[in-house]
Design a protein around this ligand. Structure first.
Ligand code: GLC
Length: 443
């Protein structure tokens, strides 16, 4: 047995304390100093955990996201705190330059993985039918508008795969395929010069993140500057996807995002069914297309799924944890799922002492300290556990669940962890780590 009831209750108490500490009266910051605003998929994970301890507060967390929704349906990845001290963050994005941005709230101009429908259903399933219906009724409209926006705005050729315009949209900000695309398309001449002259340390003065977390655990200075350059390019076009896509080579059909969308679509269908609501034939056709298109991201030779460049249609052949996420989509065959579980169990790939590393241990890109380039994250473990259960790999799911809980019990609720020795990395007292550990313990 993993831990006795008393130890489990104690861990839940500690996790709940982290969430209370990060509560900003109705919404939750991912971690006070490093991330002082509301992030989209973070709040979804937070709500999934909160539903066990205070279901009304979990609902409030998701309802507070609605205030940031754009008039065209997009949910932005960040809703900025309106505290005066954060004017610089709001000024960087200037969401108000786009006519669809909300009138009295500052947000970013890009989205993040569509976890909302899943979080809504996870809460709904804990409610009695009448309350569930009323909850779904509040969330259905915004969800439909969001999913329709994704297809209208980000699938211009009706391929079924949503394209992303900035690494931050993937939630895996500095994952190797995104870094290599950033390097190809977002390093202007002056930044190349800075790098060649070994002056990249100068960039660190302009960075906010490395004031709180050692740069060895975050993106490098050149990559951070390239991500900033990419924000400016989006802003110059006022976040107009059409204008951006027609001119830019920097657009990626992201594997994780599309896997999450497939599951989110299923949740949306479930919500609509509960309410006897007919989704439009167009949206249903788009959903089907995404399920079929996932196969285009599979590479038989290497036995991995990859992201794909939108412009060249070439797979970006850099293996990451995303290769396992088609398990979460629930749409691949059992045989394919078995192959992925084979990868998951390989010690030299995805099963070091404290799995699951964000990049396989045997990849030349693997770095056990750096952000999305090796460390273990609790949210990706959670997604994989759901996926394993979907396909009936109950022993593997239970094992990963136990390892994840043990990691938090040993090293606290950090943002991410060294997969070789469990050392805590990134921000301490990170909300989604705490929330999802509660969910795993209550499971
Ligand atoms: C980092 C992560 C992103 C998360 C954000 C706030 O940028 O890469 O996924 O949403 O922090 O926690």
């Amino acid at each position: 047995m993993l831990m006795n009831n008393e130890a489990a209750a104690e861990l839940i108490d500690k996790a709940a304390k982290v969430l209370r500490h990060n509560d900003r009266r109705g919404w939750t910051v991912p971690a006070g100093d490093l991330y002082p605003h509301q992030w989209f998929w973070d709040s979804c994970f937070v709500a999934i955990g909160l539903r066990h301890i205070d279901i009304e507060r979990a609902q409030t967390e998701l309802k507070s996201l609605l205030g940031g929704q754009w008039h065209n349906g997009m949910f932005p990845n960040i809703i900025f705190s309106n505290d005066r001290q954060y004017w610089r963050d709001r000024q960087l994005w200037r969401s108000w330059i786009n006519p669809y941005a909300p009138d009295d709230t500052s947000t970013s101009g890009i989205t993040q993985p569509p976890m909302l429908a899943e979080a809504v259903v996870q809460i709904g399933e804990k409610l009695k039918l009448p309350e569930r219906r009323s909850w779904y009724r509040q969330m259905l409209g915004p969800l439909v508008r969001y999913h329709e926006w994704l297809y209208l705005d980000r699938d211009p050729h009706k391929e079924g795969l949503i394209l992303l315009l900035h690494p931050y949209e993937s939630g895996f900000d500095s994952s190797p395929p995104w870094l290599s695309e950033l390097r190809k398309h977002s390093v202007p001449w002056w930044l190349g010069l800075v790098e060649r002259a070994h002056l990249d340390w100068t960039i660190s003065f302009a960075r906010h993140d490395t004031k709180y977390v050692d740069v060895a655990q975050r993106s490098g200075n050149i990559e951070a500057a390239a991500a900033w350059v990419a924000i400016h390019r989006l802003r110059r076009k006022a976040y107009n996807s059409e204008a951006l896509i027609s001119r830019s080579l920097f657009a990626v059909e992201d594997l994780t995002f599309n896997c999450i969308l497939i599951q989110a679509n299923k949740c949306l269908v479930k919500i609509a069914k509960t309410l006897n609501h007919q989704l439009s034939p167009d949206l249903l056709a788009n959903m089907k297309r995404t399920e079929a298109a996932l196969e285009q991201l599979w590479d038989e030779d290497s036995g991995h799924y990859y992201c794909r460049s939108f412009a060249s249609h070439k797979l970006i052949q850099e293996p990451t944890i995303a290769t396992l996420l088609p398990l979460y989509s629930g749409t691949i065959t059992k045989e394919r799922a078995e192959r992925l579980v084979g990868l998951l169990k390989r010690r030299r790939m995805f099963s070091p002492n404290w799995p699951v590393p964000s990049v396989p241990v045997n990849s030349p890109d693997f770095n056990p300290y750096k952000y999305w380039q090796g460390p273990t994250w609790v949210n990706t473990n959670w997604l994989i556990i759901q996926g394993l259960s979907n396909y009936g790999f109950h022993t593997e799911a239970a094992k990963l669940r136990d390892q994840t809980i043990k990691l938090a019990a040993k090293s606290g609720f950090s943002e991410y962890f060294n997969p070789l020795n469990a050392a805590p990395l990134g921000a301490a007292n990170f909300s989604w780590t705490a929330a999802l550990v509660i969910d795993l313990l209550k499971d």
